[in-house]
Design a protein around this ligand. Sequence first.
Ligand SMILES: [Zn+2]
Length: 87
Amino acid sequence: MRVKPKLKKDIKKKDKFMPARKKICRFCADKIRGVDYKDVKRLEQFIKERGKLVSARISGNCAKHQRRLVEAVKRARFLSLLPYTRV
Ligand SMILES: [Zn+2]
């Protein structure tokens, strides 16, 4: 009987050649200390099409700014500046 190629091994090999791009917190890069809930343009960069928040793991935000971002988005949603959801 023939043995199927090991998938796990192949995936690992592929990962080796993927260059790890360092993500940077965009708030730290722009030297913004607090996150303004009225700054809708900036907040919109961190919400997905359906209105969900983008996780820090994806966006590259640092923990401090991610916490402030979540708070700001919630405030903006309450004031109808940002949507809770989009259909
Ligand atoms: Zn930051």
